[in-house]
Design a protein around this ligand. Sequence first.
Ligand SMILES: [Zn+2]
Length: 592
Amino acid sequence: MTRVSFFSPLEGEMAAKQPEGVGGGSALPQYASRSAAPTPPDQPAAGHPPLKGEGKRQRLYLFDTTLRDGQQTPGIDFSVEDKIAIARMLDEFGLDYVEGGYPGANPTDTAFFAEKRTQKAAFVAFGMTKRVGVSASNDPGLAVLLQSASDAICYVAKSWDYHVRVALGCTNEENLDAIQASVEAARAAGKEAMVDCEHFFDGFKANPDYALSCARAAHDAGARWVVLCDTNGGTQPAEVRAIVEKVIASGIPGENLGIHAHDDTGQAVANSLAAVEAGVRQIQGTLNGIGERCGNANLITLIPTLMLKPAYADRFETGISREQLAGLTRLSRNFDELLNRAPDAQAPYVGASAFATKAGIHASALAKEPETYEHVPPETVGNRRRIMVSDQGGKANFIAELRRRGIEVARDDSRLDALIRLVKEREAEGYAYEGADASFELLARRMLGEVPVFFKVESFRCMVERRYDARGSVKTVSEAIVKVTVDGQEIMSVAEGHGPVNALDIALRKDLGQYQAEIADLELVDYKVRILNGGTEAVTRVLIESHDGKGGRWSTVGVSDNIIDASFQALMDSIVFKLMKNREMAGLVAAE
Ligand SMILES: [Zn+2]
């Protein structure tokens, strides 16, 4: 089994060596502030985009639909709290538009739209155009959209005559009227209006005149953006380019056009870029490409491509600064954390393997001249260079990684070889030290004999009882008993909790004798379980994040075929790390 380690001794050192302007676009201007909703250009400019050095770079607007289209992903269901947290992440990262959902369609989205949830980004509500047969002012669905705390409304409209007939059951003209009246209603309510033309590319292939009429109805009514949607994701880049060019030639300026691509043929990013090259100036997508079926265009891939690749960076600018771009990897991984799913190691730009190299010839050359092996410097997107630890090249990395934590060990020290062997064995068993810096540090310090035995857990027992109470309703009770020895004295603690792990945690921390006061400010802030190979007999990995009153934050890991045992290991590491940290015996890196 080959494993990529998280050791990256080169960072910092390499950052200073990066030549100016690698990847182009290094002179991106910063955007100090923007009004809530990006304002439409007074005069849509015609003609070709400027060539390099010719005039100002054109602005591309980034539209995130993680909270709306991303919500369609199988297995994903955001709570209001999730949505608030994600909207904040997107807003801070510098997206122009955050589409929050469909107010009126479900209680979560209605509650989410009770307040504006963004500071800088325009907050967008999604919904249908008005129903045929009622006026805009008498449509209750439209009223909910207009009354929501949004800056903008993105309507979804049919643009394929076949869908108008089959799905809406109205005439082509009635559909055009609905688009026009809905856009006008949004503008009258003081909101920016945009229209997602559903199945636009298929509609255009079937009946170009009608598809164009729908786009034009939206544009002529004053929609800021007419968004061309490849709703089923089957269109190819060359087709997207050709059709966008025809739409622009028909008189709708690219400055008012957007692209919404799905990934059913793995081309959502390519299709978005093709549309930009043909003239559109708004791109819709989601974090990590989540979305219905195969997902939407992945903004985490698109953003660095637009900002770092000269083909785009020389011609366009986004609302995201270079500093914000350096938070891209964190954004992507925080989002995966929130979804409780493993980040894709091979994700472009942000994956753990995106800048990984096997040690050997490449690794030593990479250390000298990274730009010969890397298409962009990993620091620009907040990622790290990684070199596998499986041989000699790895040993130097290991030493440097330990040094970062204030641990000195000689290259020929046999304990170092033993530590490397142990880390590799444990990674093969399922330990993930990348997400558990404190457990890695304890492992290294134990190997070097630096971790005192503060206390010893002699035994623990967890019990879960599920029974019917006197009223006949189901009751589940969890209880844990822990026996510890501190200073030669045996202490037994019993606790009840919400589930066996919680009971064990409370019992373990109930009485640690002389150390009790020291862990009073220790708090578990996150607890994550990942099943490594399916089924109830699978190996379980538990990751625990802890913090203390001094602002320290650290993560620990446990692996076992028993979830309680895996949790126990991670809990123990967390407590021991805290005691080490209190004595300034640990924590240079892990508790940063
Ligand atoms: Zn979609």
